[in-house]
Design a protein around this ligand. Sequence first.
Ligand code: ADP
Ligand code: MG
Length: 251
Amino acid sequence: MAEAKTQDQQLAVELRGVNKWYGEFHVLKNINLEVRKGERIVICGPSGSGKSTMIRCINRLEEHQQGDIIVNGTYLTEDLKKIEQIRRNVGMVFQHFNLFPHLTVLENCALAPIWVKKVPRKEAEATAMRYLERVRIPEQAKKYPGQLSGGQQQRVAIARSLCMSPDVMLFDEPTSALDPEMIKEVLDVMIELAQEGMTMLCVTHEMGFAKTVANRVIFMDAGQIIEENEPHAFFNNPQHERTQLFLSQIL
Ligand code: ADP
Ligand code: MG
């Protein structure tokens, strides 16, 4: 394989000819994607099309079998040091929050900086408070996740990721498990993050968010990237029949 550093320093994430199978099932088919630093990419497509699998490959929660995935110039291989390095720099927010239920909100946020980055506890907790303020729930710091609403838990999950100072944030349907009235409070935090220049890959069906925040929308179906475009063209003039069908069903 080539060198650990790619030529193009402007690229945050690259997928080159990525293929993945679950057993016999070909879940990702020759995925090619270049994400420049500061891009906000929305990934949509039918259930089962491989959206989660694709973004989970980017921080090696899933392993791809063919092709290259390069994050901030580092090739993802089975090398644990590289995987750890990439995970430190790539935050991930899941549909079901995945907070530690037995730790307080503050402890959830401070845990990885303390254990992974060896940040002194006091400093990690001060940083955690700053991010809890940014997601507008500093008053929940001493509570446990189970005492919070879904929207609040998801904002904790975002704050927890930000405490690691990631270069890239991956979101996998972050609002899909939320009651409608809580969706906006999470999207607002994501919008702010985008405005601050964070590189973001978001799997979401919030098309309002896609229209206002994304610089590129990607449509996946059956393990392939079928179509991609800037939002205006994507929504107003989808080229592929499958994209048209998908949009007619969700808009
Ligand atoms: P999406 O996020 O677009 O809904 P996924 O990436 O979750 O799609 O799944 C793509 C396909 O891969 C689906 O058919 C799903 O059933 C299958 N799949 C997902 N995870 C696994 C797994 N761990 N083992 C086997 N099949 C899986
Ligand atoms: Mg999914």
